[in-house]
Design a protein around this ligand. Structure first.
Ligand code: FDM
Ligand code: MG
Length: 206
């Protein structure tokens, strides 16, 4: 059996990642695929609860310590994600290691240091970047109460994301309508699934 595809949606806050992830999962299910949604941070685990406490300002943590917790939160999901992919289930993932590196680097940590703990994680087969200028993001309603929901930080995060951008990234203009974005994402995802049917290996993060 062909292994499942790992489809990642990354992007700035307010770009519509969660909406698009849900729509993609529903559309692929509709077409008869086995598909599951994963979200990082996964706030349901013990590590995820520490991350949640940090993001909601209930707990202070050193910048490097929280960076490693975000990475550990991906590592603790790895076995289960690999098992699902091996069983032929596609994973639609809302944020991953690029968010990890973009946010921590934007806070001032060294880029290479930030990348290291994620080395060896399963690598996405397809990465969409939902791009939204920070000024547009702000128009969609002020940022909420969470620690990183601040304009200056968001702007730096977007800059780091654009520096991390690989040639395999699919850029999606998040100023487009929800439907137009969905059609584009679904079309590319289906193409990747079709091509991937011959390919059984995992790639790991470098
Ligand atoms: N975030 C997310 C990080 O700083 N590092 C990470 O590794 C990940 C996955 O956590 F501001 C940030 C991004 C965002 C915050 O994410 C919570 P959600 O998607 O809003 O739950
Ligand atoms: Mg958020």
């Amino acid at each position: 059996m062909a292994r499942g595809r790992f489809i990642l949606l990354e992007g700035c806050d307010r770009a519509g990642k969660s909406t698009q992830c849900a729509m993609l999962v529903a559309a692929l299910k509709d077409k008869g695929h086995s598909v599951e949604l994963c979200k990082f941070p996964d706030r349901t685990t013990t590590i995820g609860q520490m991350i949640h406490a940090y993001l909601t300002n209930a707990k202070e943590l050193d910048d490097k310590a929280i960076h490693l917790l975000f990475s550990a939160n991906r590592w603790e999901a790895m076995q289960s994600m690999k098992r699902k992919l091996e069983a032929g289930t596609h994973l639609v993932v809302d944020r991953y290691a690029y968010s990890g590196v973009a946010f921590s680097t934007a806070k001032g940590l060294d880029l290479t240091w930030c990348k290291n703990p994620d080395k060896g994680l399963v690598r996405p087969d397809l990465t969409f970047f939902l791009d939204l200028p920070t000024a547009e993001a702000e128009k969609r309603g002020g940022f909420g109460d969470e620690r990183y929901e601040k304009r200056e930080l968001q702007e730096r995060v977007r800059e780091v994301f654009l520096r991390l951008k690989g040639k395999e990234w699919v850029m999606v203009d998040a100023r487009e309508t929800v439907q137009n974005m969905h059609y584009k994402i679904l079309k590319e995802a289906e193409e990747k699934i079709r091509v991937g049917e011959q390919d059984g290996r995992f790639a790991e993060e470098e």
